[in-house]
Each structure stands twice: as structure tokens, then as C-alpha cells.
Design a protein around this ligand. Structure first.
Ligand SMILES: Cc1ncc(COP(=O)(O)O)c(C=O)c1O
Length: 460
């Protein structure tokens, strides 16, 4: 070691991935940059474009717009800004907006791969239409028919809707309130039989902050251990993290992106929960070479995220500045934290002894385990008839196995409705739980049921 120079020592510790082809699906490998789009990103702004079939903005009916912000401020879109917003643009997103987002990622996550070396693993950020599109594009880029994706037992079900048509499946790794259990992941990978199960999984999908549906946040210790295993088995981690900024704890758990010394994390962020869901805007951070494949897919699908949405959202957050944006999101977080504690109080009041739940660590969901009920869908069906719609837990498992859980979203239920919803739910719960259901169909059903219920099991 004494004879080595510093570069040699560094290269010994350099675990950066140098080629992402190993992770790519056949479809993705076949993708190339469409010749017409290539000219788009290549040329300087001052060039005279005879190469673009762009519509002439002089023919567009909208030329100017003023938007009023909640704080009374105004956004004014006019002139070349408006023209650009109404025009085609770069598939990877507005370059200035991307620079702003890279700075944000540096401030929030300080990713080890964020350097200027332009290595295949160097961090890049592209703008897309949100985490849903991110899931679709990343899964399409990585999965062939017969492949498997590692997930938590309960996860965001859009993943399943995406991978099933690709001929792929999810393999659930047992998880607890700290996140995926490393020994369970290691067991799956070390005992994987390629003859019977097909190729060993190369992709791990996770929702690590205030998860939808479980509302848990992975601990840092777990992330470190899972990352180590991903390193050992060369797995790409897809960190779908739209609730990262909505963690209730003021100290956020560091992300996989912030631990990513290899360049194996593809991180999905979204403006949906903090600026607008209708703008359909998000961003993907990950290895440059891999993201290039996603951009190629965008070139021949959506072309780019809406330039109008990009202009509106970028102006909004640019006006706030990076610190102001983070402050804005803290206010959003406080809003949901108040709602979470209200939902928790209602559950305490009405469901104690009938169900178990933990106070959400962030986000928008209360994840409730119904005691003595194997199939919560029976209860949710009844609750829906009584005017309170919840999601049954089976929706969030790949194989849709029976589940005792229900998901209650407290994000948009009006304050005065929250108590009512829980009462409705309690009634139907009691109906499913006790053979006294006839009574709830009468006008005074609630009172009758409560009386009978209390006589039998005590006052909840
Ligand atoms: C875990 C998770 N991923 C992705 C999404 C979709 O987000 P977007 O609106 O950015 O597509 C949601 C929205 O509910 C979500 O909960």
C-alpha cells in the first residue's frame, strides 16, 4: 500500500457501475435516439432552425397569462417564456429547470455520484410527468417477460399494473416498521433458483418515506443494509419517494440516493403532492447512461413533460428559491401532520380494541389492521354502502391475498366529515364482526348496534 499513489488507492475503493446495459430490457436495448429528435438537443439557441417541424407560435391563440398565487403574488407568462411554454421542448426537460433541480438534489441528498465527470454513473436529473410515468418508464427499461421485481409485501399497486403486462411479477420481501428486512432479502437472493424461478431479480422497487399504503418510513440502518445487499447482488434500487418531503419528523431519514456510491439508485420525485397533481410533473435522478434510455423512450412517447406545466411550476418554485421551496413543503407537511393526528384521534375514539394502527410517519394514509378479520374487503364493501369508502389491503399485495388491513386516506376528507366517516366505518365493522347486522339498516341503526355491541364487548 505504501507504494501506491492516491489515484490507485481511490480506484481500489471505486465501486461505480461502468455499464448499465446489464440492467436493460431487450426493448430498451433496441431503443435509439430518433434522428429527428437528435437535432433538437444538439444545436445552439442562436442557430437558424430549418430542421424542426415546430408549429409557428404566431398561430397560437394564447399569448399571455397571469396566475395568482395563494400568497397574493403573480406569475406572468409572456413573450419568449410563453412561446417556449407553448412549444415543443427538450425531452429531458427545460435545461434551466433541470439545473435548479440538480441544485435541490445536492441540497437535500448530497448524492455521491453528483460530479462533473460524465461517467455513465454520474448523476443526472430529467423532468418527466410524475412518479407514475417514472415507474412505467423504469420498469419498461429494465424488465423482460419472466423477470421478477423485489418489493415490500404491501406497496403502491400501480407497480403491479405496470409490470404484469410486461410479463413480470413482484416477489414480496417481508418487511416491518423499519422497512424491508435485510435477512429476508438476502435469503431470497441467495437461494434463488434460476432454473425454476427465471433470472434472479435485478430491480428492487421501494417506497421508503411515509409509504403508500403503510405510512412507515424506512430507518437509515435498514437502508444501509439493503444497499449493501443490492451492491453484493448488483441490483438497481428504484426509490419511489413522493412523500420524502412530507415526513412528519423534522429530521428526514437520508435517502438511498444519498447513500449511492455505486450509481445503482434511480430516484423518482414528484411535484404532485407539494405543488400540483394536475400539472403532471416530476423528476428522475439517477445514472446518466441509464437516464439516457428513459429520455429515448420519452422521445418516442410523450416527447417531453408539458412545457406549459414546466413553465408554471418552475416559475413558482424559482420565485420561492431553494430554501423557500423547502419552507413551502414544510408548511404542506404541517398541514398533513395535523390531519394525521386528527385521523389518529378519531381512530382512537372509535376503533380502539377493534383495530390496530400506528401513527403515520408522514404522508396521507392511516394503515389499519382489523382485529379478528381475515378479509378486510368484506368490511370495506359494507362501509362503501354506508357512504364511507376505504381501500381494502388486498389491493396493495401483488397476489391480492386476503388481508386484514384497510387504508384510510385523510388527505382530503373535510374536518367535520372525518368523525362521521369513522362512525360509518365503526357501524359496518361491528356488522361484519357481530351477527347483529340487520339493525344498521334502520334509521336508528347506529344507536341499536352500539347498544348491542356495548352490551356484548363493552364500550369501545
Ligand atoms: C408511492 C407512490 N408513487 C407514485 C405515485 C404517483 O405520483 P405521481 O402523481 O407523481 O404520478 C403515488 C401517488 O399516489 C404514490 O403514492
Amino acid at each position: 500500500m505504501a507504494d501506491m499513489n492516491i489515484n490507485e488507492v481511490n480506484s481500489l475503493h471505486d465501486t461505480r457501475i461502468s455499464d448499465y446495459n446489464i440492467f436493460l430490457s431487450t426493448i430498451s436495448k433496441r431503443r435509439t435516439t430518433p434522428a429527428l429528435r437528435a437535432s433538437y438537443d444538439m444545436m445552439s439557441k442562436d442557430a437558424i432552425f430549418l430542421s424542426r417541424g415546430n408549429p409557428n407560435p404566431e398561430t397560437f391563440p394564447i399569448i399571455e397569462s397571469t396566475l395568482t398565487l395563494r400568497d397574493g403574488g403573480k406569475l406572468h407568462l409572456a413573450g419568449i417564456t410563453m412561446e417556449a411554454a407553448m412549444q415543443y421542448g427538450s425531452s429531458a426537460g427545460d435545461p434551466e429547470f433541470r439545473k435548479w433541480l440538480i441544485k435541490l438534489q445536492r441540497q437535500l441528498h448530497n448524492p455521491p455520484t453528483l460530479d462533473d465527470s460524465r461517467r455513465p454513473s454520474s448523476l443526472d436529473v430529467i423532468i418527466n410527468t410524475g412518479c407514475s410515468e417514472g415507474i412505467f418508464k423504469v420498469m419498461t427499461a429494465t424488465l423482460n417477460s419472466g423477470d421478477a421485481v423485489l418489493t415490500e409485501e404491501y406497496t403502491f399497486p400501480l407497480l403491479f399494473s405496470t409490470i404484469v403486462p410486461l410479463g413480470a411479477r413482484a416477489v414480496a420481501v417481508v418487511s416491518d416498521d423499519q422497512g424491508m428486512i435485510p435477512s429476508m432479502l438476502e435469503k431470497i437472493l441467495s437461494t434463488w433458483n434460476e432454473k425454476t424461478n427465471g433470472k434472479r431479480p435485478q430491480v428492487l422497487y421501494c417506497v421508503t418515506s411515509a409509504s403508500n399504503p403503510t405510512a412507515i418510513t424506512w430507518s437509515l440502518a435498514r437502508k444501509r443494509e439493503i444497499y449493501k445487499i443490492a451492491h453484493m447482488y448488483n441490483i438497481l434500487i428504484v426509490e419511489d419517494d413522493p412523500y420524502y418531503m412530507l415526513q412528519f419528523n423534522t429530521t428526514k431519514v437520508p435517502t438511498f440516493l444519498s447513500l449511492d456510491v455505486d450509481g445503482r439508485v434511480v430516484r423518482l420525485d414528484s411535484f404532485s403532492k407539494v405543488i400540483s397533481a394536475g400539472a403532471r410533473l416530476g423528476y428522475i435522478s439517477g445514472p446518466r447512461q441509464f437516464l439516457h434510455k428513459i429520455v429515448q423512450h420519452m422521445m418516442c412517447s410523450v416527447i417531453s413533460a408539458s412545457n406549459l406545466s414546466q413553465a408554471v411550476v418552475f416559475q413558482t418554485i424559482q420565485r420561492m428559491g431553494h430554501d423557500g421551496f423547502i419552507k413551502h413543503v414544510e408548511n404542506v407537511r404541517d398541514f398533513y401532520q395535523r390531519r394525521a393526528s386528527m385521523a389518529n384521534q378519531m381512530a382512537e375514539k372509535h376503533l380502539k380494541g377493534l383495530a390496530e394502527w400506528v401513527m403515520p410517519t408522514g404522508g396521507m394514509f392511516l394503515w389499519i389492521k382489523l382485529l379478528n378479520i381475515k378479509d378486510s374487503s368484506k368490511v370495506t364493501e359494507k362501509a362503501a354502502k354506508h357512504g364511507a369508502v376505504f381501500n381494502a389491503g388486498f389491493c396493495f399485495c401483488f397476489d391480492q391475498t386476503l388481508s386484514s388491513y384497510i387504508r384510510a386516506a385523510y388527505s382530503i376528507v373535510a374536518d367535520d366529515q372525518m368523525d362521521k366517516v369513522h362512525l360509518h366505518f365503526l357501524i359496518t365493522y361491528i356488522c361484519a364482526y357481530n351477527p347483529i347486522k340487520v339493525l344498521v339498516d334502520s334509521d336508528d341503526g347506529y344507536v341499536s348496534v352500539m347498544t348491542s355491541f356495548c352490551e356484548q364487548v363493552g364500550d369501545p
